[in-house]
Write a protein that binds this ligand. Sequence first.
Ligand code: CAA
Length: 380
Amino acid sequence: MDFNLTEEHLMIRDAARDFARTELLPGVIERDDKQQFPQELVKKMGDLGFMGIMVDPKYGGSGMDAISYVLIMEELSKIDASASVMVSVNNSLVCYGLEAFGTEEQKQKYLTKLATGEQIGAFCLSEPEAGSDATSQRTTAIDMGDHYVINGTKNWITNGGRSDVYLVIAQTDREKGHRGINAFIVEKGMEGFDIGPKEDKLGIRGSDTHTLQFNDVKVPKENRIGEDGFGFKFAMKTLSGGRIGIAAQALGIASGAYELALKYSKERKAFGTEICNHQAIAFKLADMYTEIEAARMLVMKAAWDKDQGNNYDMSSAMAKLYASKVAMEQTVEAVQIHGGNGFVKEYHVERLMRDAKITQIYEGTSEIQKIVISRGVIKG
Ligand code: CAA
């Protein structure tokens, strides 16, 4: 067993850290405030290879491993979780889904542009009546021979407004339950596909989240991913990897808040000394550091499982469950250590606290992770 990162991993981590500090930090408060994220920053992330981290270079990707992916995700998330969710969804839900299960034609047509960041993608599973209960898809995709016709509504879609490519899950044959669900590639601009207004959110406000409407959208048959009826398993397999990305995002939010709290506690004085010298604060720092290290171990283990070709359904669920809990709890502590300043935007920790909450909700709530873990434990 070796807990050390390789030279290459360290270089990748440092490149992401450098990018986050020099490019993402300036303007992060304004982007959060105005709910925007400029396209030129997405392009820069694409130029650095962050939009197709694990994709084979023959499709325009960076050909890195999952350990590199979580290192990049942690560094971006320390500064700007809105940037990192775009990276996570594009990498582990969209690019991975196409690379693992798409046809060669689909990879050539879509993946090559998504992996370089020339285009960006969205993953459309959630619906007004199908969030956690993902098999209850109301969106329909009727088989018309050479094409499908999609009707329905998708909710809370990350990258919903800015994407070019949308992976849409829909029910083709209700009688067959989850075996009647399919996944489709839908392009922005297809007739009948409308993007609703942007959601006004508590956190990750720079990322755009939208409701999508499908009104008789004709999708060619060659845009179905996998065999007829593979859509639900496609979503589940893809989400297992997505959960590693969100776990790494939660880890980054927690470690970013911790680093700010540690620095502040060494500068701020009260009762004649820096506040880190008071046990009330020192013990908080000890707990934060310990819990963040524990979360890091789970996140790395899940990424390692993926790199080794092991099943990672349970390790990704455990990593996300625990890292998101640590993110929520430790960002609250970071605000507390900052006192009144923690409540003010310019100190960054209040944003990290707001951003932390979504990591307990999207790509499967904490309760859903417990379903996955408990079923795995009982099955043995
Ligand atoms: N890999 C492969 N197959 C899987 C699987 C996996 N990880 N998990 C389940 N399956 C299969 C099962 O084996 C079963 O197939 P068979 O009947 O052939 O054996 C089938 O899928 C149905 O599984 P379940 O009976 O377990 O289904 P369920 O109704 O009990 O639901 C669930 C399981 C885990 C709760 C699932 O519904 C789930 O994950 N829900 C949460 C959905 C979610 O994560 N949504 C996030 C939205 S995406 C998002 O947030 C992106 C974003 O923008 C940031």
